[in-house]
Design a protein around this ligand. Sequence first.
Ligand code: NAP
Length: 487
Amino acid sequence: MTQDAGAPLAAMFINGQFQQAQGGETFVSINPANGQPVARIPFGDDRDARLAVDAAADAFPVWSRLSAAVRARHLHRVADILERRRGEMALVITSEEGKPLHEAQGELQLSIDSLRWYGEEARRAYGSWIPDPVPGRRLLTQRDPVGVCGAIIPWNVPCGMIFRKAAPALAAGCTMVLKPAEATSYVALKIAEVFAEADLPAGVINFVTGKASAIGNVFLTDERVRKISFTGSTETGRVLLRGAADHIKRTSMELGGNAPVILFEDCDLDASLRAVAALKFLNAGQACIGANRIYVQSSIHDEVGRRLADHARQMKVGEGSLPGVAMGPLVDMKAVEKVEELVGDAVRKGASVRAGGSRMQGEAYEKGSFYAPTVLTEVPRTARMHDEEIFGPVAALYAFETEEQAVELANDVPYGLSAYIFTENMDRAIRVGERLETGMVGINEIRLGAAEAPFGGVKMSGIGREGGREGLDEYLETKLLAIRVKG
Ligand code: NAP
């Protein structure tokens, strides 16, 4: 493991205590904008994960028996602290993940909203009294918390994803062990400080950093962990689903996207272009709901390409904490190399580069992992980026002729997280929206996330939903009580 004496030493949070890894190892997390160390992080393994599961299992009977109203008060307290510390937390997100401060603030807002909304929603998680055809019997259902949950978090939404899982789980009465992505472990351990300050009962929430496969394996094999909630790549999701099958373990899977955006010639072009640019370059293109395939009706394809390219060239790229920066770095150099590979492949197959198409040049970018906002037009269907998530700031435009063809192209991948339609013809929007094989469809709208709304995918983009009432159901079991009544 790399050691760096200059960076602050962070600690895992297990059973209400901050502590180092059992093995004593650490690693250094890096600011992707300048290569500077952000913090030294404990490199935990199965031993630490097991301690955390012990704590979560011990805390479960206490936490699950509190009333939902009392649990809600705890969650509101966490939200209050997060709100008070949001300036500091936004800086931590930006320095470790790279996104501009305003995007980090958006993540924090969603986190605060999730805590407050789920705190209240769990108070309404009651069962039912079922009309019974059998005389002398009553049928009742009650909603019980699933139990100890293991949560695995990606680096691209390092704060928001923690609360999208922890808020409904804790509100429902579950206890949780979280494993953040290696790249954004410091964000998670700062969030652990927020929970510590809120003084929840020890063991209700635990944070373990370090070796993904070892920690994941404890989640998969320890019988006390009743559910795994995962957000990340489809590839890792597949590994976890295989492991979960051995123990018939409940899972929620929020996996990769490959979102189609369909721009019809009858769209409001100014508003649509603003929306598409914002969606494409959000978090430097590293968003599961980001625009991966932009289908443009051929009559407006050239104009859209030209105007998006003008926009891309004017964007201020740099360290996310600097004023006016619209786009930060990619998460690391490996991500930059993957984008280079996909752009090279598309260009070799006939795509035209209208803006960007290379790493950012200049002294300000030398130590970071920056790739220029890029626009490619006339991308052929055979380009790898059509079938793979680009996860970088590359707007790939494909021309189409008819509504039918647009729907076919949009559905022609194994993923189905989000899709977007831009048209002023509402009949068309509804027709197309109904046929798209995705969990979410934006119609002249790119913002899909809200604490109140179900978020998730179909096909290889996942199983289950986060957000909304559906997000609470992921942490609840329904128990039937059949009762004999005399007389
Ligand atoms: P990833 O490589 O799958 O990693 C996600 C998490 O899984 C990280 O914490 C990682 O830990 C952990 N992990 C990796 N291998 C593991 C194993 N064998 N056992 C247990 N845990 C393991 O994905 P990523 O690159 O961080 O995230 C990007 C992907 O997430 C994209 O595909 C994106 O579309 C998807 N995503 C989906 C949603 C959604 O809601 N559908 C939201 C955000 C992101 P380490 O970092 O320590 O390896």
